[in-house]
Design a protein around this ligand. Structure first.
Ligand SMILES: [Zn+2]
Length: 308
């Protein structure tokens, strides 16, 4: 007997967050699928593949976690460690604008060496932090977890186990598509019902939770990254026996929030003497955005410095 299913075969294919609900258990989740957006972010940097794939997974995870929260501002996922990639940052605004970068210091191991255990090989020892910034007057929520486990998914899974806010399971994937561009995907299922949901579901039904986790983790990288397999189809493939329903998808776009004006204001707040590092041979100041690699050039006159 087949349950009627409200899942249609339409829906967005790429650069989207697709929320869903598993009918029989009331569990909620999201699939994040990133294509051109994540490829554009990475193509500005030229990182080694091992770093690109890890940042791509972080971006998908960041979008998936942000979508679980009600906020108006910026959700940031950041790692700090003592490995060859001391810092990675991914952030997304509540209206779906995403950006990210990695800092590289030292020798990054080749992909085939790093792929099985990117956390210790690339990031080393340190932590992963989650922040919500809603402007000066609002509270910043911060969660933190040690960089433990082999992969980003394993590390964040440890965080979920300690966290009420993100009691979730996750499956992450990043890699090259057949056309050579980079794609990434995140599948998340959340253990607590959404606000206003049925509180009797969630922690109560351990079997349903275990089953959802197993199904979620059964999605293979080639399925998650397949540009021709839309999120709705994969969700149906995974959860159809328990009935799966989707809600309107949200778009993700890649867009940096830097501006010449913001950089100018920062520079104007500095003592001219402390800006020697930014000074070029022709006496101008050059600042490059770490996120989008855009460079802005300022003269002393731009910054209101009195000439010597
Ligand atoms: Zn920028």
């Amino acid at each position: 007997m087949t349950e009627p299913n409200s899942l249609d075969t339409g829906g967005p294919t790429d650069d989207c967050i697709q929320p869903y609900m598993i009918d029989k258990t009331g569990l909620h989740g999201r699939m994040v699928k990133l294509g051109p957006s994540v490829d554009a972010i990475l193509s500005r940097h030229g990182y080694p593949d091992a770093v690109q794939y890890m940042l791509a997974e972080m971006l998908a995870l960041c979008a998936g976690l942000a979508a679980a929260l009600k906020f108006d501002g910026v959700f940031t996922l950041q790692t700090k460690g003592d490995g060859p990639v001391p810092m990675m940052v991914a952030d997304v605004t509540s209206d779906g604008k995403m950006r990210g970068y990695a800092q590289i210091k030292g020798e990054v191991p080749p992909l085939h060496e790093a792929i099985a255990a990117p956390i210790p090989k690339l990031l080393g020892e340190g932590y992963m932090a989650f922040t919500v910034d809603q402007g000066d007057k609002m509270e910043r929520y911060q969660g933190i977890v040690a960089l433990e486990g082999a992969t980003v998914a394993e590390c964040v899974q440890r965080y979920f186990e300690q966290s009420d806010q993100f009691a979730s399971a996750v499956n992450l994937s990043a890699g090259r598509r057949p056309d050579g561009t980079i794609g990434a995907a995140a599948l998340l299922v959340q253990r607590l019902p959404e606000e206003g949901g049925d509180k009797s579901i969630g922690y109560a039904d351990q079997d349903a939770w275990q089953r959802a986790m197993v199904l979620l983790k059964s999605a293979k990288p080639e399925e998650m990254l397949d540009p021709d397999l839309i999120p709705n189809e994969l969700l149906f493939r995974l959860f159809h026996e328990d009935g799966v329903r989707v809600f309107p998808a949200r778009a993700i776009t890649e867009e940096c929030r830097c501006s010449r004006e913001k950089i100018e204001n920062v520079l104007k707040s500095l003592e001219p003497g402390s800006m020697e590092d930014l000074k070029t041979d022709d006496g101008t100041y050059e600042v490059t955005c770490e996120f989008c690699s855009r460079t802005e050039v300022f003269t002393d006159a731009d910054l209101g410095h009195t000439s010597a």
